[in-house]
Design a protein around this ligand. Structure first.
Ligand code: GDD
Ligand code: MG
Length: 370
């Protein structure tokens, strides 16, 4: 089976971390998010994937240099300008002449795709949308259905009090090739705002497949952190990361981290070659490979990406420290502070909800700190 994966977005809400690593390649529990989801697609019989790219297409080609991941063959379709979700599907699916899968590339899910395909085939649907129930549907496409699954309406991001149901578009579609004829060949067409609603006007066979399997859109700093915690807790399958071993209940290690004299409270993951100096406390956090944490630091509900360096006495809570970034002694980072790759935080700084990027001169610029 073939799949089109939409990964052209800029990941603006996760800047500055996404300035260097596009969102789909950001690690979740020390493994690139996209690799996790390619494994998921492969488990359900997908062996060929077209990556629909725009922003930082180069980073994807570099990440998968031989055009494959495990047994999945990868093709790249790069847009000069964003084509919108439908435009991107049409462009990327050019030449596909059998039923195929589309997946929004920022959704962490363990959806039973095999069962969804069977549902689609049994109803002779032209398109089937995966649905997931959420408390507040206002940030999503809202999709009421009849008892047999037929979609009644598709309302993208309605005001909270106007949503007809809590079942939302969970961002995986099964499409027949004929669906592509519904997408006009022009720039920027939205599948959510144009193609699906128009398909309903013409009585097209559009179905919704409800599932309560784990689902999360990782697009905001809080959700990015939640995703790590959920993966570590085993909500998306165990072990959390292929090579990880459980050192103590809920404490996972990869390769050979050094943490004598440090306290680690699960769920947590320590990457290969990471060092936690004595007196440090790590709780509900992910420590990337080759990260160095100084003495008496406290890391809680946070992610330190590869090669990050923390001086002594640093406190990090609910924050992300980017790859190769450095944090001076005694600094306190909290409340969804995001530190970009290679950025430097001065000793003693107090940053709450801040975004710190490294500028081309190698200095750091920060915004939103206190
Ligand atoms: N190639 C390409 N070109 N990809 C795009 C483009 C484009 O022009 N625009 C968006 N994408 C990709 C994004 O990278 C992302 O993986 C996916 O399409 C969805 O775009 P988002 O920008 O993340 O949309 P959203 O999260 O606000 O809403 C969508 O996802 C929700 C579920 O998470 C919609 O499909 C909603 O209906 C849905 O509920
Ligand atoms: Mg999204």
């Amino acid at each position: 089976m073939k799949a089109v994966v939409l990964v052209g977005g800029e990941g603006t809400r996760l800047r500055p971390v996404t300035l260097t690593t596009p969102k789909p390649l950001l690690p979740i529990a020390n493994q690139a998010f996209l690799e996790r989801q390619l494994r998921w697609l492969a488990r359900h019989g997908v062996d060929e994937v077209v990556l629909s790219l725009g922003y930082r297409a180069d980073a994807f080609e570099k990440h998968f240099p031989d055009g494959r991941f495990d047994d999945v063959r990868l093709h790249y379709k790069v847009e000069d300008e964003p084509l919108g979700t439908a435009g991107a599907i049409k462009f990327a699916a050019d030449g596909i002449d059998e039923r195929f899968v589309v997946w929004n590339g920022d959704v962490l899910t363990a959806l039973d795709l095999t069962a969804m395909v069977a549902f689609h085939d049994a109803r002779r649907a032209e398109a089937t949308i995966s649905l997931y129930e959420v408390e507040d549907p206002s940030a999503f496409g809202v999709v009421p259905t009849r008892d047999d699954g037929r979609v009644i309406a598709f309302v993208e991001k309605p005001p909270a009090d106007r949503a007809p149901t809590k079942w939302i578009n969970a961002g995986t579609y099964i499409l027949e090739p004929g669906f592509l004829d519904r997408i006009p060949a022009r720039l920027n067409v939205s599948v959510e705002r144009e193609t699906f609603p128009r398909m309903l006007e013409s009585d097209g066979a559009l179905f919704g497949y409800k599932s309560d399997t784990y689902w999360l859109d990782i697009g905001t700093p809080q959700k990015y952190l939640d995703a790590q915690a959920d993966v570590l807790a085993g909500h998306v399958g165990l072990p959390p990361t292929a090579e990880a071993k459980e050192h103590a209940p809920g404490v996972w290690v990869q390769g050979h981290p050094v943490f004598d004299g440090a306290a680690v409270e699960g769920p947590a993951l320590l990457g290969d070659g990471s060092v936690l100096a004595p007196g440090s406390i790590v709780a509900q956090s992910v420590i990337g490979p080759a990260v160095h944490v100084g003495r008496d630091c406290r890391i809680e509900r946070s992610v330190l990406l590869a090669d990050a360096r923390l001086g002594d006495g640093v406190v990090v809570t609910d924050a992300v420290v980017g790859p190769s970034a450095s944090v001076g002694a005694g600094a306190v980072l909290s409340d969804l502070t995001l530190i970009g790759a290679d950025a430097h935080v001065a000793a003693g700084a107090r940053l709450s909800g801040a975004r710190v990027a490294s500028n081309p001169m190698g200095e750091s610029t920060s915004s939103g700190g206190i």
